[in-house]
Design a protein around this ligand. Structure first.
Ligand SMILES: O=C1C[C@@](O)(C(=O)O)C[C@@H](O)[C@@H]1O
Length: 265
C-alpha cells in the first residue's frame, strides 16, 4: 500500500492527495514574452502547477515589470496555480541584481497582487527575512513553501527529516527538500527520509534527489509521501528533471496517475 502524499491547500482549494502526484513545471524565461511563450507551450501538457523562477527574469529589479508579467501569466494560466520562486544563488539559483531586502519586498508585492497562489522561500535565509515572507504570505492567503537545497551531497536520513521538521516549525505550509546523490544509497536515504517525514509532519512535503542518479525519485517519490514532482516543460530548472510527457508516462506505469479507487493496493 503506497503512502498517500498530502494534498496542497491553497486557501481551502485542495490540490492532489489521495494517491495522486502533482506535476509542477518551471518557467525560466528571461522576458515577459519568453515566459508567455513558455507557458503557452506548457499548458497543453496539463501541469497541475507552474512555477515562475523569477531569478531567471532579466527585469527582476523592476518591481512593476515583475508584477505586470505576473498578471499576464495569471490570465494565461487560466486557473492553473502559480508558484513564485526566487531561488537563491547559494541554493542553485541564478545570480540576481537585487539584494535580499528587495527580494522580500518583491515577495510582499507579489503576495498582495493576487497573481500567485504559493511562494517558495529558503530555510537558509535570515530569520527576519523569513518572518516577513511568512507574515505577508499569510496576510494575503498565499501558501508558503519553505525549501532547502543541497546541490553537493545528501545528508543522512535523520538530518533530512530534521530539516523538513524545522521547515514546519518555522511556519511552512509545505516543506521542500532537494538533495544531490553521490551514490545510489543516497537516493534510498532521501526516500527513507521522505517516508519518515511524511508520517512525522502535519503539512505536505516535496522531496527530490537530483541528477541522473536521483531521477527515479521524481517518478516514484509520491509513493513515499512527496506531494509534487517537478518536470521539464520547455527548459530544465534543476539537474535530473524529466520532460513532463515521459514523467507522466512513467508515473502512469506505477499507477500514480490513476484515481485512488483504481490504485494498486
Ligand atoms: O526547488 C525546486 C525543485 C527543483 O530544484 C528540482 O530539483 O526539481 C527545481 C526548482 O525549480 C524548484 O524551485
Amino acid at each position: 500500500m503506497p503512502t498517500h502524499p498530502k494534498p496542497l491547500d491553497f486557501g481551502g482549494r485542495l490540490l492532489g492527495g489521495h494517491g495522486r502526484a502533482l506535476i509542477c513545471t518551471p518557467l525560466v524565461g528571461r522576458t515577459t514574452a519568453a515566459l508567455k511563450a513558455e507557458l503557452t507551450a506548457i499548458l497543453p501538457q496539463a501541469p497541475d502547477l507552474v512555477e515562475w523562477r523569477v531569478d531567471f527574469f532579466d527585469a527582476i529589479a523592476n518591481q512593476r515589470e515583475v508584477l505586470a508579467a505576473a498578471a499576464e501569466l495569471r490570465t494565461l494560466a487560466g486557473g492553473v496555480p502559480i508558484l513564485f520562486t526566487r531561488r537563491a544563488a547559494h541554493e542553485g539559483g541564478e545570480q540576481i541584481a537585487i539584494d535580499e531586502d528587495a527580494v522580500v519586498a518583491l515577495y510582499g508585492a507579489l503576495c498582495a497582487s493576487g497573481a500567485i497562489d504559493v511562494v517558495d522561500y529558503e530555510l537558509s535565509q535570515l530569520e527576519h527575512h523569513r518572518r516577513k515572507v511568512r507574515a505577508v504570505s499569510q496576510a494575503h492567503g498565499v501558501a508558503l513553501v519553505v525549501s532547502c537545497h543541497d546541490f553537493h551531497a545528501t545528508p543522512g536520513s535523520a538530518e533530512m527529516v530534521a530539516t523538513l521538521l524545522r521547515a514546519e516549525r518555522e511556519g511552512a505550509d509545505i516543506a521542500k527538500l532537494a538533495v544531490m546523490p553521490r551514490a545510489p544509497s543516497d537516493v534510498l536515504h532521501l526516500l527513507d527520509a521522505t517516508l519518515q517525514a511524511g508520517a512525522a509532519l502535519r503539512i505536505p512535503l516535496i522531496t527530490m534527489s537530483m541528477g541522473a542518479l536521483g531521477a527515479i525519485t521524481r517518478i516514484c517519490g509520491w509513493q513515499y509521501g512527496s506531494s509534487v514532482t517537478f518536470a521539464v516543460g520547455q527548459r530544465v530548472s534543476a539537474p535530473g528533471q524529466i520532460p513532463i510527457k515521459e514523467l507522466r508516462a512513467a508515473m502512469a506505469a506505477l499507477g500514480a496517475s490513476r484515481p485512488t479507487q483504481n490504485a494498486p493496493t
